[in-house]
Design a protein around this ligand. Structure first.
Ligand SMILES: Cc1ncc(COP(=O)(O)O)c(C=O)c1O
Length: 412
């Protein structure tokens, strides 16, 4: 949506109505994007008829941030042509932010450039006074895209588009038909999105924002970033484990090596650690390749605070019934033998919100288990989940029982 509005606006300024005339014969648009732009940006450009050949890739630094000098050169080469600059707030691997102030300043000097910011998860840094500085300059951009299904934890495909130029936005999307009832006072949503018929995606986004409030949203973002830092601190303190990115937000890239291993062996070992963690099922951490090296990619965006209070409240409110999957899971951990991988149902929760909350909280707890797991087996980093998971499981189970007993006493 944002890039369609961008195409509409820069071509209109060049005297071309893309809605009416299409792209054949249109002035050529230069799309300038960092070489770390997310693959979906390229997908969107293809859908808009701006194929890969339109894209000028600009060099980025070691964290994936666009280099200002390279951008300046690209804009100079595009002088006179309509241009769309695709910036990024939150690199999918490192979490890094492009220098948005510098980008909007340079693009402003071009004359006909639109700056779009892909802030799929990074835009949410703006909710926190501690992380807002990462977005310095973002207000100078023409459009922002972000996802509510990442940090807000609402269902998939809750994408949000923000476009400064409402006329360009509407011109890029609006169409009507005689049979449609148009509102004289309200905004007709089909005029602002690519879909004509769509479900009420906004409902869960609104509900999540209302229930969190400003302070709740800031706390969620900050908690996730703090947890990411904790991951980074603890993992990098373990022998032969390194965190290779600057942890500026909620992303952590981790490399695992064995003594004397070559680059290829370390790649293979890192993949092996990832696959063991995934097989274990305690939490799901993905792999990636960054600057040619295989890495574990930790992305923390869970809304649960994982506190004992959260779990106790759940038991107090619902009794042990809804907690059953959790108890089953803990029993699983209790019974597992040293060196055994625990198989458990990650998606065993019922549709009731509270049960999800409890299990999500448990999953966070599980993520922390992984960290202690690395500590406990730092001799050869052979993650044997059974041993430490069992101990933690017992402790958690005791916590649940104590909480429930306490609440029961209060009730009587
Ligand atoms: C920076 C960035 N842009 C775009 C996307 C794509 O988001 P979606 O899958 O919601 O389209 C992601 C997803 O991880 C992302 O991290």
């Amino acid at each position: 949506t944002c890039l369609a509005a961008a195409r509409q606006a820069v071509l209109a300024r060049a005297g071309w109505d893309v809605g009416a005339q299409g792209l054949i014969g249109a002035p050529r648009i230069a799309v300038i994007a960092g070489d770390e732009a997310h693959v979906t940006v390229h997908g969107a450009l293809r859908l808009l008829g701006l194929g890969d050949a339109c894209v000028v890739k600009v060099k980025t630094d070691g964290q994936g941030r666009v280099l200002s000098d390279a951008l300046r050169d690209a804009l100079r080469n595009a002088a006179g042509a309509p241009a769309i600059v695709c910036a990024q707030a939150g690199n999918v691997n490192t979490g890094s932010f492009d220098p948005l102030g510098e980008i909007t300043r340079l693009a402003g000097a071009h004359g006909n450039a639109w700056v779009h910011v892909d802030g799929a998860f990074g835009l949410w840094a703006g909710a926190s006074a501690r992380f807002r500085h990462l977005l310095d300059g973002v207000s100078g951009a023409d459009s922002w895209a972000t996802d509510a299904h990442k940090w807000l934890n609402v269902p998939y495909d809750s994408g949000l588009a923000f476009v400064r130029d409402t006329a360009a936005h509407r011109a890029a999307m609006a169409r009507t038909a005689a049979y449609l009832q148009r509102s004289s006072s309200e905004r007709d949503n089909y005029e602002w999105t690519p879909e004509f018929s769509r479900r009420a995606r906004g409902f869960t986004v609104y509900a999540a924002l209302r229930s969190l409030g400003r302070a709740g949203l800031a706390a969620l973002v900050e908690r996730c970033c703090d947890h990411a830092r904790l991951f980074a601190e603890r993992l990098s303190a373990a022998p032969r484990v390194s965190v290779v990115n600057e942890v500026v937000l909620n992303q952590v890239l981790v490399r695992f090596e064995r003594p004397g291993s070559s680059v290829e062996e370390a790649d293979a070992w890192t993949r092996e650690v990832i696959s063991r963690v995934q097989r274990d099922g305690t939490c799901w951490l993905s792999g990636t390749v960054w600057r040619g090296r295989a890495l574990m990619r930790i992305s923390v965006c869970n809304w649960g605070d994982g506190s004992q209070a959260e779990r106790d409240d759940d038991i107090a409110e619902h009794g042990p019934g809804p907690m059953q999957p959790v108890h089953d899971r803990l029993a699983d951990l209790e019974n597992c033998k040293c060196g055994e991988t625990v198989a458990h149902p990650r998606h065993a929760w019922s549709p009731s919100g509270h049960r999800i909350a409890t299990l999500e909280a448990l999953r966070w707890e599980c993520q922390m288990w992984f960290t202690s797991l690395v500590f406990e087996h730092d001799d050869d980093l052979d993650p044997r989940p059974g041993r430490c998971l069992r101990r933690r499981g017992r402790r958690l189970l005791r916590g649940h029982a104590a909480g429930a007993a306490l609440r029961a006493r209060h009730r009587h």
